[in-house]
Write a protein that binds this ligand. Structure first.
Ligand code: SAM
Length: 312
C-alpha cells in the first residue's frame, strides 16, 4: 500500500471514500466472478498477470486471483483499498497485491497480460482518458497483452436522468442526472442529509464511435465490443436494442501493432464487419482467440512484484 500524490479531480477520493464508508465492503459477488471470467472469454489469456485499475473494494480483483491470475489492484480510495486488503488477508492461495495509488501517476515495474477497468473508465477529462490509454499501451501491456474496459453508455444513462432512489439499508437519497453538453453521468448522493448539497460522481460516457475517436493517437484500437454479452455487430441498433438502455458495454482494446489470429479451435467470426461496425471484428464463437504482435519485443519478468516510484 502507498500514498502517492494524485492529480485526480478533487471529488474523486472524497466521493468514493464516502460511498465506500456507507456501502461497506462488497465481498466477492457473482458479477465480480463474471468480470474475472470475461478476461479469458473476451480475448485475454487464461493465466498470467492482470492489472486492475479503479479496483474499488477489491471484489473483482480477488475473483480474478481466485482464477489463478497474478493480480495487481490499483485504487485511489483508502477506504476501498482497505476493504480490498481485508479480502486478501489470510488468502495465501492468492497472488494479489493491492495498491492505494492513482492510476494516472503510479509507476509499475512489471508488464501485464491484461489490464482491466470494470465500471470505472471515464472519471477524468478526455485528455485524462487519452493519457491513461497511452499509459496502458506504453507502460503496462506485455507482449500480446490486451485491455478490457467497461465503458459507460451515454444513451442508457441519459434515459435514466431524473430517477431518484432511497437506499433502504442506509437511508440515503440519490438522484441520477445527465450532463448532455459534456456527455457525463452525474450520480448525486446526499451523504450529509437532505439539507446539505449532494456529492456527485461524474463519469464521461462514450458511444462506440466516440470511443474510437478517443483511441486515436493512443497506439490502441478497438478490437471487439459487446453489450450484455452480445457482440455489438449483432445487436439491433434501434431503440429496441440493448444499447438504447444498457448502462455500459465492454470493449477489448489492443495495440495497433497487434494483428488478430485465430488460434487452435477458434470458430469462424459470428458477424461480418460493415462500414458501420467496429474497426476489427474479432469476436469468435467457441474458444476465445488471441492477438499477436507483428513486431517482436524482449519478454519481461513474469513477477507481479510491484514497485511504486515517482509519477510518469
Ligand atoms: C465507479 S467506481 C468502480 C469500482 C469498481 N471497479 C467496481 O466496479 O466496483 C470507480 C473506482 O475507480 C477509482 N478511481 C477513480 N479514479 C482513480 C484514479 N485516478 N486512480 C485510482 N483509482 C481511481 C475510485 O476510487 C473508485 O473506486
Amino acid at each position: 500500500m502507498t500514498n502517492q500524490p494524485t492529480n485526480a479531480p478533487s471529488w474523486v477520493s472524497s466521493f468514493y471514500d464516502r460511498k465506500g464508508q456507507v456501502s461497506g465492503p462488497s465481498g466477492v459477488l457473482d458479477h465480480h466472478r463474471e468480470r474475472a471470467s470475461a478476461i479469458k472469454r473476451f480475448g485475454g489469456k487464461s493465466q498470467g498477470r492482470v492489472l486492475e485499475i479503479g479496483a474499488g473494494a477489491g471484489g473483482s480483483a480477488v475473483a480474478t486471483a481466485e482464477l489463478g491470475y497474478r493480480v495487481v489492484a490499483v485504487g485511489l480510495s483508502p477506504v476501498r483499498a482497505g476493504f480490498a486488503n481485508d479480502l486478501t488477508r489470510g488468502r495465501a492461495d492468492l497472488a494479489i497485491e493491492v495498491l492505494e495509488a492513482d492510476f494516472m501517476t503510479v509507476a509499475l515495474v512489471d508488464k501485464f497480460d491484461a489490464v482491466t477497468c470494470w465500471n470505472g473508465f471515464g472519471v477524468g477529462t478526455d485528455a485524462d482518458q487519452r493519457k491513461l490509454l497511452r499509459r496502458i499501451n506504453q507502460h503496462w501491456l506485455a507482449e500480446d497483452g490486451v485491455a478490457i474496459l467497461d465503458i459507460f453508455n451515454p444513451v442508457g444513462w441519459s434515459r435514466l436522468a431524473g430517477e431518484r432512489s432511497l437506499d433502504e439499508e442506509t437511508g440515503l437519497r440519490s438522484a441520477l442526472d445527465f450532463d448532455a453538453v459534456e456527455n457525463r453521468l452525474l450520480d448525486n448522493w446526499w451523504f450529509d442529509g437532505d439539507t446539505q448539497p449532494p456529492m456527485a460522481q461524474s463519469i464521461r460516457c462514450y458511444s462506440p464511435p466516440d470511443l474510437r475517436l478517443l483511441l486515436e493517437g493512443t497506439g490502441l484500437r478497438l478490437a471487439d465490443a459487446e453489450v450484455e454479452g452480445i457482440p455489438l455487430t449483432e445487436v439491433t441498433p434501434g431503440v429496441d436494442g440493448p444499447m438504447a438502455s444498457a448502462w455500459g458495454y465492454r470493449v477489448l482494446i489492443i495495440p495497433r501493432l497487434l494483428s488478430v489470429h485465430t488460434l487452435g479451435a477458434c470458430a469462424a467470426p459470428r458477424g461480418r464487419a460493415t462500414s458501420n461496425s467496429l474497426a476489427v471484428q474479432v469476436h469468435m464463437t467457441g474458444k476465445p482467440c488471441r492477438v499477436k504482435r507483428h513486431r517482436a519485443r524482449a519478454s519481461r519478468s513474469a513477477s507481479v512484484r510491484t514497485v511504486v516510484a515517482e509519477g510518469v
